[in-house]
Design a protein around this ligand. Structure first.
Ligand SMILES: [Zn+2]
Length: 316
């Protein structure tokens, strides 16, 4: 059989009950949660070389050829930014770019195909989120539908869907979440602000879709409040969303005045525009909503990691 690499993929593994992948049976699960990069080949590589330079890992698989064009895979899972497969003769050089240094190990799982699995610990993300409380505010709700798409998609439904997905991502990596609403209900602004204040979160993220006001379509924008740290939080979210989804960057800017004293940084993310036919279609896609939520989670982690230390572990 021709010794070739046939497939490369990446995934986050939490534990055997959540996010496990049958293709990885035989892998030691004691290190989870972890990000994995899997290289599938017809035969096992003759030898493996791994080198680390902080946030860049180099892996060389000798005795194999590539059965696909070399190129980059955008991962953006909070730990791995991208995997780049370089051209090579008689061996395949692979570079894995990380957000921060991480412990790693390599496994080879026999079978058809043979799977060479690079396992990277996500412990730093869990440490960052430990004891942190993040408040999510899916805008609108109940009788207030927000903007409406050309094929009747409602903003209130989409932002709640994204918030619930984001909640799962944050909780999977060890953080806690408080939501202003978990169903399609009327939530007056004063109730939202009271809840957001009393919960004493570490940061607040409001979620809207773009409205297409003044004919502006396309891309993502994040606005920030006046509380200290809000602009930094907005930049982190915007950077991760634009990076992961390759969307047009509409930038960050101050939001209008918030009629309440808030205890922590506050931002509002406007995902793509619901009034644009193509972007409305994006907002219907579960894959897009998952990637958007993961990117927002990455942005929150990036911001909290700058603060250093975990939260104080207080209860809601
Ligand atoms: Zn809105």
């Amino acid at each position: 059989m021709k010794p070739v690499v046939t497939n490369i993929w990446s995934k986050v593994l939490y534990h055997r009950e959540m996010g496990w992948d049958q293709r990885l049976e035989g892998l030691d699960a004691s290190f989870l949660p972890a990000s994995v990069v899997v290289l599938e080949s017809t035969v096992a590589p003759q030898s493996l070389y791994v080198g680390s330079n902080g946030t860049s890992l180099a892996v060389n698989l000798s005795g194999l050829e590539l059965n696909m064009p070399p190129g980059r895979i955008r991962v953006f899972d909070g730990l791995i930014r991208e995997v780049e497969v370089l051209p090579g003769t008689g061996s395949i050089p692979v570079r894995v770019q990380l957000v921060h240094p991480a412990a790693y190990n390599l496994h080879t799982l026999p079978g058809i195909p043979v799977r060479t699995v690079m396992v990277l610990e996500r412990a730093a993300i869990a440490r960052t989120l430990q004891g942190r409380l993040i408040a999510l505010d899916p805008a609108h709700g109940g009788s207030e539908a927000g903007a409406r798409g050309p094929i009747n998609l409602l903003e209130k439904d989409i932002v709640l869907d994204i918030a619930m997905r984001l909640k799962r991502f944050i909780e999977r990596d060890g953080g806690r979440v408080v939501l202003t609403r978990e169903s399609d209900m009327d939530t007056p602004m004063c109730d939202r602000l009271k809840l957001l204040t009393e919960a004493r979160p570490d940061c607040i993220c409001i979620i809207h879709t773009g409205h297409g006001a003044a004919g502006v379509y396309g891309g993502v924008r994040t606005t920030y409040g006046r509380t200290c740290g809000s602009e930094g939080l907005a930049v982190c979210l915007q950077t991760e969303i634009v990076g992961k989804l390759a969307l047009k960057d509409r930038g960050v800017r101050p939001m209008g005045p918030v009629p309440y004293r808030l205890p922590c940084p506050i931002v509002s993310v406007e995902t793509v525009c619901i009034r644009h036919p193509l972007e409305e279609a994006l907002l219907r896609s579960p894959d897009f909503k998952n990637r958007m939520s993961q990117a927002m989670c990455n942005g929150l982690v990036a911001y909290l990691s700058r603060l250093g230390g975990g939260g104080d572990g207080r209860e809601v």
